[in-house]
Design a protein around this ligand. Sequence first.
Ligand code: SIN
Length: 475
Amino acid sequence: MRNALLINGTQRSGSEDGWIPVFDPATEDQIAEVADGTSKDALAACDAAQAAQVAWAKRPPRERSEILRTCWSLMLANAEELAALIVREHGKPLVDARGEISYAAEFFRWNAEETVRIRGEIGVAPSGTNRIIVHHPPVGVVAMITPWNFPAAMITRKLAPALGAGNGVVIKPPKETPLTALRIGELLLEAGVPDGLVNVVPTSTSGAWFDAVVDHPAVRMVSFTGSTEVGRVLLRRAADRVLKTVMELGGNAPFIVFNDADLDAAVQGAMIAKMRHSAETCTAANRFYVEHGVADEFAEMLTAAMGAVKVGNGFDEGVTCGPMINAGAVSDIDALVRGAVDAGAEVRLGGSPSNGKGFFYPATVLSNVRHDSPIAHAEIFGPVAPVIPFTDHDDMIRQANDTEMGLTGYVYTRDLAKGLRTSEQIQAGMIGLNRGAVSDPAAPFGGMKQSGLGREGSSEGIYEFCETQYIATDW
Ligand code: SIN
């Protein structure tokens, strides 16, 4: 199957007629090819977005809103097809892929509602000499660079508010999972999004693509989800043109369980926080700090729950964890597990990659992990749960915050006051207090420290795609 680029509302091959192979990580088989976008294609996409954006920004908010709402209903109407595409190119279990589609679609519905509520302000200058009028025009053209772990939702979380605010868009989906992105692009056209407003240009040469786009005069913003390492590079380059940026970067979430926690609920929450979407999420619980009194019991219960995880092809009945995205991911996970074991951790479950076809790693539990093991300081991005016992609260908080990342944290206790106090002590943008999931289109998604800049979702998200203009006037 060959898939074209989407530029200016038409499907076309790349200007150099190159093709990128797409693989099924469960079988390692090539399943498709997508056109390889060049810098020339990326610039053509920026031109198209620039031309379409002017008229789009002038359309009444209600019209933009209605089109976003149609995008929501079309995604849901095509949910089974989209979910199957995600399983094929990403590998996650079908149930997770279906969940991703409804999560992804919801960004359109939520932002359809936000589009008609972009607010301004009017006030009187303290001196009384004039009025101060504040309003929020769109930024112009936004470059979006999205990751492979949520082939649909990480696009719509950016795209829906950007369109609602009146912007044009150029998307570089990941080369691992471009098929879902291209299909979403087609559905947008069907929903009434004007030709050229949204362009989808996969590429095998990300650096050249980004260099071209950053220097296009209409591009005024970069919205990126991916690793902190790549985010830093993009930030430096975006600085050349002082572009607005939103960065959703890496995580290293502590999951804290106190002696008084409801352990059944904590294990259930741990399984969600660790394992949703094959454990390949930046919100994933990365380190389990468990108070001494329940550390053994929690590790035992977690081991039983992880032992029930069925790893396999995402299409197979009962599978709850699919393959990792590629061979490199499997060897990175394995190196972290080896490092923890060398530092004295006990392997309670799993612990080494499976042989044979597909990039599988088994559900793994490590207990008595040392805080100074590399695994406590790197984003695992795989089905491995390291359990670190603690006795002293302040020491545990120091360890939980001993990272440059600050995306998510989780706290389990029956004492709500202690839970809230502890939540406030954790340096992270999102906390699950007695909950294993934080992601919600209605909530501000984003990190502190090197986990990112800006927020996606909630009522804040749409303003990230707006400028602020103030008019001083005296009538
Ligand atoms: C991510 O892992 O990048 C996003 C996770 C989410 O939205 O839940």
